[in-house]
Design a protein around this ligand. Structure first.
Ligand SMILES: O=P(O)(O)OC[C@H]1O[C@H](O[C@H]2O[C@H](CO)[C@@H](O)[C@H](O)[C@H]2O)[C@H](O)[C@@H](O)[C@@H]1O
Length: 464
């Protein structure tokens, strides 16, 4: 079978590929299209490329060496165009769709308004609550009132704990945790976003009772370096790099390719965007060079994504940084831009995100029956909204946003900061212990028995 490398461009065409080939004016493009046409359009195969219909909404362009090698499946409409990497197909029969997007700049926000990247950078960096309203007693009252109103829609997961656990009773609780801003506090230097020893011990205990995964935008090895708990599942690069213990935890074992980690342990691995690695390396290198002149800018290689930090960049230079990012990204149509807390992020334009990672982990752990499972997801960032969305589609689940200011979110509940996250996790552990005790003939209210003790532990927690 002939291997063809190409960039996939999805577009709506109302005519057959045969017609499209004839009308193409670019020589290069014709060359590829002729190669495609020789295969006879219509459920045929060209070098890993399946053309399912004459009404295909796809045209392929010749690649340069930086393009991901193609293991592509095309279908009849842009919304169905799919790309499947060899890794993905080994554990998932569903090909992963390509994300269709508007031009890189300006782009469409969730609300459908066209905004420039700069506006988006400002929007994701709202001033702290106090500076929004000034520093007068009235402004404090106003903020308190706004927060109280918001809390009615997204109540504290701590105050709702007992009600929540009524729903969780007799179900398998699965815990999904974001890293930055959830397990560790937000700090200026991403390399110093440590998790406290108390938080580590808490997560370790959580994992002894429930299958537990950390789903982060960071490179998976970096999260592992911070957390250092081998019993967890780790999904790095926004879920594009999933690893878990091969022997499973709590009797649950995720599917994936079995490999050995650096220490020689057997682990399972699932990397739906592995074809993109060379491309991401290249973009990371270019951006690291081109952003050198912008003081405070920092480029972080997150394996399957590139993160551009602007937390330490003066606001007057944000536009210049956005321009640098745009000028690089326009040459890479198979990559897309998202954003988080004072970061822009470049990632493969495949429909894979933290929500898909949650879905994947649940089904690969054999926990896809939503009537028997109670997933809990805790996260603080825009990228966690994809996971909240998935949980909202399940029968029983608990989605929690970590924030101390009102924010637009799909999460049902809230916690203020990592300290409260730890308190909630301790509640979970104690609830489980109580449940096991009750099964053995004990009784009593979890909160009555444990609240004082929990708060004591929580107060002793330190976050560097
Ligand atoms: O999905 P997450 O685990 O929340 O990771 C998202 C990004 O987190 C990190 O950046 C954020 O935390 C930094 C350290 O506190 C902070 O300096 C930065 O402004 C935040 O956006 C991480 O460095 C990124 O690579 C992750 O994508």
């Amino acid at each position: 079978m002939v291997e063809i490398e190409m960039v996939l461009k999805v577009r709506e065409v109302g005519e057959s590929l045969d017609t499209l080939f004839r009308h193409e004016d670019s020589l290069d493009r014709e060359a590829v299209l002729i190669r495609a046409s020789f295969s006879n359009v219509g459920e045929s195969l060209v070098g890993g490329l399946t053309l399912r219909s004459k009404q295909a909404a796809v045209c392929a362009e010749p690649s340069n060496t930086s393009c991901p090698s193609a293991t592509l499946m095309l279908s009849t409409s842009p919304s169905k165009a799919t790309v499947a990497s060899s890794h993905a197909s080994s554990v998932s029969s569903q090909p992963i769709p390509i994300v269709l997007q508007e031009k890189h700049n300006p782009y469409v926000t969730d609300k459908g308004h066209l905004v420039t990247w700069l506006d988006a950078m400002k929007a994701q960096s709202p001033p702290q609550f106090h500076s929004l309203h000034g520093d007068t007693p009235e402004s404090y009252d106003m903020e308190a009132a706004e927060y109280a109103a918001w809390l009615k829609k997204h109540p504290s997961a701590l105050s709702m704990f007992e009600e929540l656990m009524v729903e969780a009773k007799a179900k398998q609780v699965v815990v999904f945790l974001d890293y930055d801003g959830t397990l560790s506090p937000i700090v200026e230097d991403p390399d110093r976003a440590y998790v406290s020893d108390d938080m580590r011990a808490t997560v370790k205990e959580v994992a002894t009772f429930f299958p537990t995964a950390i789903i982060s935008g960071r490179a998976r090895p970096k999260v592992y370096e911070f957390v250092q708990l081998a019993e967890l599942y780790y999904a790095g690069s926004h879920g594009m790099d999933i690893m878990g213990p091969a022997d499973g935890t709590n009797g649950f074992r995720a599917q994936g390719t079995q490999v050995k980690d650096k220490m020689g342990h057997d682990v399972v691995l699932f990397q739906p965007a592995s074809d993109y690695l060379p491309l991401i390396d290249e973009v990371c290198q270019i951006l690291s060079e081109s952003s050198k002149c912008i003081r405070g800018a920092r480029i972080e290689h997150n394996r399957f994504c590139v993160t551009i930090h602007f937390r330490c960049v003066k606001e007057e230079s944000w536009g210049a940084l956005a321009e640098k990012v745009e000028s690089v990204l326009k040459d890479y149509p198979t990559l897309r831009l998202t954003h988080g807390r004072k970061v822009l992020e470049i990632r493969p334009a495949i429909a894979w995100d933290k929500g898909k990672a949650v879905d994947f982990l649940l089904s690969s752990l054999g926990l896809a029956d939503s009537s028997k499972v109670f997933p809990v997801y805790i996260g603080d960032d825009r990228t966690d909204e994809d996971a909240f969305n998935v949980l909202n589609g399940l029968k029983h689940a608990c989605s929690i946003l970590v924030t101390s200011v009102p924010k637009e979110t799909k999460a049902s509940f809230s916690l203020q900061d990592p300290c409260e996250v730890m308190e909630f996790l301790l509640y979970l552990v104690r609830w489980k212990k109580q449940e096991l005790e009750d099964q053995n003939g004990g009784s009593g209210s979890f909160l009555q028995l444990n609240r004082k003790e929990t708060l004591k532990t929580f107060a002793a927690a330190s976050f560097p």
